[in-house]
Design a binder for this molecule. Structure first.
Ligand SMILES: Cc1cc2nc3c(=O)[nH]c(=O)nc-3n(C[C@H](O)[C@H](O)[C@H](O)COP(=O)(O)OP(=O)(O)OC[C@H]3O[C@@H](n4cnc5c(N)ncnc54)[C@H](O)[C@@H]3O)c2cc1C
Length: 454
């Protein structure tokens, strides 16, 4: 007899948590577990801005999927580009660009989200995102190369555009990115005696009237004060009207000469969800509180890519796209897959938000654990303690801790790696958003390759 096949798509916070729990709770002969993932690591996204700023090495937040011999899941290196719910087949594009059909009995969809963009002229050609390890490493190289090129140039206009930086998005990702990268340029410019530090300018803009509204007024203001003290110009109620290679135009009419536009204005569910032809809520796949897709037994979705009802909040709210929820949903969905496999009832997901930590670099932070408002060193201690606790493996915790200590003692050497330096880096190149099939293409493909099933 063949064993039931469980297919997990995505090795992020929710996918990895689900796979590890399935490995722990299922007997090896009870089901075959397969994981589809383009990378061989789980990315600890909350520390991505610290990779961009060089406080952490990229490797330290890339947690290996093969650390232990107990990890028995079969891993397909590639990305899912379509799912045919009727035929129960997931189409995967491997990292060598081969299309592979992966049949399943149970599927857990956890591909996370991609950077949300809008129809703003030039945006997708000129903006960088902060969602992948490659983007963080690229941005670091790019920012240091702006200092190198400005230093070498005698043209004041070129210097001005290379030394201004724009971050769009006043959520925690954008705020941490602006804060961490400003620290990078502030420290680096001391090694460029020809450069006037006064020319370096960071802008943080958001269309919303407040930074990080989820922190509440007091902490939001406290974060804002820290950033303003460091010289970051914060513009609220403002977005981008137009982006070009050497300047961006704000919606309030200002034209800022810059070659660095970092776009962190929100996320949207992975384009994989649209290939299913199932109901979505603002792009996220509609699921029940048990994370099951209605009308499709054995199909589960969670994390940033699914609209999981937030039972703790009620009133029809859905869980916000945070690691905190994704990780816990991963555990619950594994239990529900096992329950479905064993013919037991599924259980709903419920979790009360534990709060937020925002690391602004150095001794600066704001955090709100369990509703307690903290700033400065206590907030930083909570933030760093939280991250160390949340990193999955002891070796990852040790790498991050060692990097923090080394950076505090020895600082940064501001070295460029030259990674992809001659290639334009667009959002779609890093986030593979153009790789997906349409629902019709999925059905046609599966109809050709799996004729007996369709
Ligand atoms: C800069 C930044 C800072 C953040 N800080 C915090 C924070 O402080 N606290 C917090 O709670 N949350 C934070 N978040 C949000 C948090 O990281 C996400 O909510 C969380 O990662 C969502 O988990 P997930 O499992 O849904 O997706 P992810 O963790 O993003 O995992 C998705 C995985 O799926 C893979 N994948 C994508 N497409 C496919 C495909 N087609 N096929 C196969 N695999 C695929 C991806 O490579 C990835 O490994 C931050 C996010 C960012 C970007």
């Amino acid at each position: 007899m063949t064993r039931p096949r469980i297919l997990v798509v995505g090795a992020g916070f929710s996918g990895v948590e689900c796979v590890r729990r399935l490995e722990r709770k299922l007997a090896p002969d009870e089901a075959d577990v397969t994981l589809v993932t383009p990378f061989s690591y789980q990315l600890y996204l909350p520390l991505l801005p610290q990779v961009a700023s060089g406080v952490l090495t990229p490797q330290s937040i890339a947690v290996s999927l093969r650390r232990s011999s107990k990890y028995r899941t079969r891993i397909i290196p590639g990305g899912a580009i379509g799912v045919d719910l009727r035929a129960k087949v997931c189409v995967v594009r491997t990292i060598t660009d081969h299309l592979v059909d992966e049949p399943y009995d149970y599927i857990v969809l956890a591909p996370g989200s991609v950077t949300r963009t809008f129809d703003i002229p030039g945006l997708t050609d000129h903006a960088f995102g902060m969602k992948t390890l490659a983007e963080a490493a690229y941005i670091r190289d790019h920012v240091i190369s702006q200092l190198d090129l400005a230093d070498a140039s005698d043209d004041p206009a070129e210097r001005a555009s290379r030394l201004q930086f724009v971050v769009v998005g006043g959520g925690y990702a954008g705020t941490e990115t602006a804060a961490c990268l400003q620290r990078l340029t502030h420290a680096a410019v001391k090694r460029y005696p020809r450069l006037d530090p006064g020319l370096i300018k960071w802008h943080l803009i958001d269309i919303a009237p407040k930074l990080m509204p989820e922190l509440g007024d007091k902490l939001g203001r406290s974060a804002q004060e820290v950033l303003r003290r460091r010289g970051i110009e914060i513009s609220l109620g403002v977005s981008i009207a137009k982006a070009g290679p050497e300047e961006v135009t704000f919606t309030d009419g200002r034209v800022v000469p810059t070659r660095t536009l970092i776009w962190t204005a929100g996320v949207v569910a992975s384009p994989l969800m649209a290939t299913l032809g199932a109901e979505t809520v603002k792009g996220r796949l509609a699921v029940t509180a048990e994370m099951n897709v209605p009308g499709h037994d054995g199909v589960f979705a969670l994390g940033d890519s699914a609209a999981v009802p937030d039972l703790a909040k009620g009133d029809g709210a859905v869980c916000p796209p945070t690691a905190q929820h994704a990780q816990r949903q991963g555990r619950k969905v594994a239990d529900n897959v096992i329950a479905a496999l064993r013919g037991r009832p599924l259980e709903p997901y419920e979790h009360k938000d534990l709060g937020l930590v925002v690391d602004l670099g150095g001794k600066d932070a704001v955090s709100k654990p369990l509703g307690i408002e903290l700033h400065g060193v206590p907030a930083q201690a909570v933030a760093r303690g939280y991250h160390l606790g949340a990193l999955r493996t002891n070796v990852a915790k040790t790498r991050v801790l060692t990097n923090w200590m080394l950076n505090a003692v020895a600082g940064d050497d501001f070295v460029r790696t030259g990674f992809q330096s001659r290639k334009p880096a667009t959002l779609k190149d890093f986030e593979y958003t153009d790789a997906y099939l349409t629902p019709e293409q999925v059905r046609a493909h599966v109809g050709r390759t799996q004729p007996q099933r369709s």
